[in-house]
Design a protein around this ligand. Structure first.
Ligand code: ZN
Length: 331
């Protein structure tokens, strides 16, 4: 197994201290069919239920990623990435995150005995910071938003391996497992639609590459907040708008790096992007809460998007999967 540049195809070993190719291209992974990812480091199962729920006479399938060990779907990527970094003998890592990826990486790093520093932007909830600290990771608070935090970590790596959930393709490899899991839970069938919140595109790209391997794509529908919708604007060729403050903090990403790749995933899957109002997000969060499911606002955005698209009803034979990306306990 090794990394290679998606643009110029130059090869890099997986313990490279570069997070991108010298030409500016992102890394992808080359893997032989018999190369397996190690799973020595574990903090509990990463498999989650696919729960049917009826709303307005329509059935949706909720992928309960809010029940992952650290409370979000990011455990999948962290599990694969940290297991490989452990095998490679990496001793010190740094990462930037608005909370969920930071917690997942901090937890797995703790289990692997890897020293971990998480850079976080101002304004993320206290509970998220407490959780990351609870895993023994160091916190570096950065003035400004999510993009400033990303710049800061790159300038201050000081010899640490940049274990980025955005740049490192090992993280993406872990996310692909969700596609296989959904496929098996539907008795080896691909759902018609998957609605998901999209910020940096971790979930969208993970599912896209996973279903590509399986051989058939569901319609992938990205959901963003009207207050921060760079993918929506790019998909529909709209001018870039000023990015505002949405309650969906995990998708408050003004300039996602993998925008082109995300557009490709949407177009190849004949998907779409929906932008929803914060009020719709809160309504969806409340609806699920009142049915016993407590999630963060970002997760509720996906349901809000699905209810928007199917506001006049949904054909019964459409299997619509909605990953609930994170728990409500830390927002
Ligand atoms: Zn290159």
């Amino acid at each position: 197994m090794h990394f290679y540049c998606e643009k110029c195809k130059k090869e890099y070993p997986m313990n490279t201290m570069s997070y991108k190719c010298k030409c500016g291209g992102f890394f992808r992974i080359y893997r032989n069919p018999d190369d397996k990812y190690s799973d020595d480091i574990s903090i509990g199962a990463t498999k989650t239920d696919l729960l049917p729920i009826k709303i307005d006479n329509m059935t949706f399938l909720l992928k309960m990623e809010n029940l992952q060990p650290t409370g979000s779907f990011k455990d999948r990527g962290a599990c694969t990435m940290i297991n490989e970094l452990y095998q490679l003998g990496i001793e010190r890592i740094a990462e930037d995150s608005s909370g969920n990826a930071g917690a997942a990486i901090a937890a797995y790093a703790a289990a692997a005995g890897i020293e971990c520093t998480i850079f976080v932007p101002q304004g993320i909830s206290k509970k998220r910071i407490e959780q990351i600290k609870g895993y023994g990771a160091k916190i570096r608070r950065v003035k400004g938003g999510r993009m400033d935090t990303c710049r800061k970590v790159k300038e201050n790596l000081a010899g640490a391996y940049y274990a980025s959930h955005v740049y490192n393709p090992l993280f993406n490899e872990g996310m692909k497992a969700m596609a296989y899991e959904i496929y098996h839970q539907l008795e080896n069938r691909v759902p018609e639609y998957i609605f998901m919140p999209v910020g940096n595109g971790t979930l969208l790209l993970g599912l896209y590459y996973g279903f590509m391997e399986i051989g058939r794509l569901p319609h992938l529908v990205a959901v963003q907040s009207t207050k921060c919708a760079p993918l929506y604007e790019a998909f529909y060729g709209l001018p870039e708008s000023e990015k505002g403050f949405t309650i969906a903090e995990a998708i408050r990403i003004g300039k996602p790096f993998r925008l082109q790749e995300m557009l490709e995933a949407l177009r190849n899957s004949q998907g779409d992007v929906i932008a929803v109002e914060d009020e719709e997000i809160l309504k969806a969060k409340e609806y699920l809460g009142h049915h016993g499911i407590y999630i963060e606002p970002t997760s509720a955005a996906a349901l809000a998007g699905a209810l928007h698209v199917f506001r006049h009803g949904k054909p019964d034979n459409y299997r619509v999967v909605i990953p609930l990306t994170g728990t409500g306990f830390k927002s």
